[in-house]
Design a protein around this ligand. Structure first.
Ligand code: OMP
Length: 221
């Protein structure tokens, strides 16, 4: 059954394509899989684009009903994502949450340490770009654990709906392993629904390649 897109999800996909963030072609992923599409969140790179992106993350958080004490943006790509989400939650949802991010390498001078911004205490909501096989999120969980905090969940822009180590999706594995929800602004099903029903003729043929990729690496719904 085709995914039912909410207006903000349809706008988000159109916006990601327009900004060159969501691209179609042939891309080798971190997992080694060769994918017919790629989502590069680093290409949301103007003030207006980041502001709009933050509003989409904030909307996904509001829709999910997840509550948290601190927002966390993992280095590097999660840092601007977490920051713009924190701004959007305060401006549009009346939720002024503390925000933190990490350094990739600990500083041994000045204020030192690995975490910048808010202290990691209580329930931590992770803001990240994409989960494919779930490797990157494991590193973030170690930081939260080391701080003695608890994960509240993960919010990502795109759920690629791919298998992880076994038959379950990488996201289902992350949810089971860490006992927390993972929510996304959009899923691969949403992207397919967009290509099939809303995109122009030039983009429609990409749906075929994505369906074939999903057959090979996707989860059985
Ligand atoms: P996993 O660690 O396998 O879950 O992959 C997540 C990471 O892959 C992201 O944080 C990105 O660095 C990268 N990635 C994308 O950014 N966009 C994609 O569409 C696919 C990937 C990827 O390589 O799987």
């Amino acid at each position: 059954m085709a995914a039912q897109l909410q207006d903000y999800q349809r706008d988000f996909i159109a916006f990601a394509i327009e900004q060159g963030v969501l691209k179609f072609g042939e891309f080798t992923l971190k997992s080694g899989r060769v994918s017919p599409y790629f989502f590069n969140a680093g290409l949301f790179r103007s003030g207006a684009a980041l502001a709009r992106l933050g509003r989409c993350y904030a909307q996904a958080i509001a829709d999910s009903g997840i509550t948290a004490d601190v927002l966390f943006g993992p280095a590097y790509k999660g840092i601007p994502l977490g920051a713009t989400t924190a701004v959007a939650l305060a401006d549009h949802h009346d939720r002024d949450l503390p925000f933190a991010f990490n350094r990739k390498e600990a500083k041994d001078h000045g204020e030192g340490g690995l975490i910048v911004g808010a202290e990691l205490v209580g329930r931590i909501l992770i803001i990240d770009d994409v989960i494919t096989a779930g490797t990157a999120i494991g590193e973030v969980m170690q930081l939260i654990d080391a701080a003695g905090a608890e994960p509240a969940g993960v919010v990502i822009a795109l759920d690629r709906q791919e298998r992880g180590q076994g038959e379950k999706s990488a996201i289902q594995e992350v949810e089971a392993r860490y006992g927390m929800p993972v929510v996304s602004i959009v899923t691969l099903d949403d992207v397919l629904a967009y290509l099939e029903s809303h995109a122009g003729d030039a983009l429609k043929p990409h749906a075929e390649a994505i369906r074939a990729y999903r057959e090979r690496y996707g989860v059985v719904a």
